[in-house]
Design a protein around this ligand. Structure first.
Ligand SMILES: Cc1cc2nc3c(=O)[nH]c(=O)nc-3n(C[C@H](O)[C@H](O)[C@H](O)COP(=O)(O)O)c2cc1C
Length: 158
């Protein structure tokens, strides 16, 4: 069993989840930021971590997800400013799955990730602020220890 963890992360939130996934996988394993992700045919299991941008997986992750083949065994994880379990997040995860519609989905995990304050200030100025802005205050301090524990449990059950 050889596993690959690939993640995209601008402000380290998703990287923290990627490290937890990596540490809790058994067997041979590799971890790469998406920019350096290798050719993916040699892996039995692939975990892809993305952050939400404009209600979708960030563009680099989306590009990577599109490359996956029908036999790839995939786990998705993500961070977002929106509330965990919200429709906004569910739609984004479904979108990610849609990009990989021929891959096998072993599971998924998402949690809030603190939003860069500069980004928040910009977003607040928009004539129509995005729906997730209302939840962003609750994202402060995430991902936190509780998120890591929940993620570890899911990875252990894979
Ligand atoms: C340009 C930009 C767009 C974002 N768009 C969304 C969004 O549509 N929905 C959402 O829930 N969070 C959004 N966020 C918040 C990030 O997804 C969240 O803070 C995430 O944890 C960042 O992950 P990272 O630290 O791994 O880069 C956005 C953040 C940025 C910088």
């Amino acid at each position: 069993m050889k596993s690959l963890v690939v993640y995209s992360s601008q402000s380290e939130n998703t990287k923290k989840l990627a490290d937890v996934v990596y540490e809790n996988l058994d067997g041979e394993k590799d971890i790469f930021p998406v920019e350096d992700a290798p050719l993916i045919k040699e892996y039995d299991f692939i975990a892809v971590g993305f952050w939400l941008m404009a209600g979708k997986p960030d563009p680099k992750s989306a590009q990577f997800l599109e490359k996956l083949g029908k036999d790839d065994n995939l786990f998705l994880f993500a961070t977002h400013g929106a509330a965990k379990g919200s429709e906004h997040v569910q739609n984004a995860v479904n979108h990610a799955i849609g990009l990989t519609d021929t891959a096998k989905i072993a599971g998924s995990f998402t949690c809030q990730g603190e939003v860069n304050p500069k980004v928040l200030e910009k977003v607040k100025q928009k004539p129509q602020p995005p729906i997730w802005l209302a939840d962003a205050a609750d994202a402060v301090g995430h991902p936190n220890e509780d998120d890591f524990v929940a993620l570890k449990k899911i990875v252990a059950e894979l």
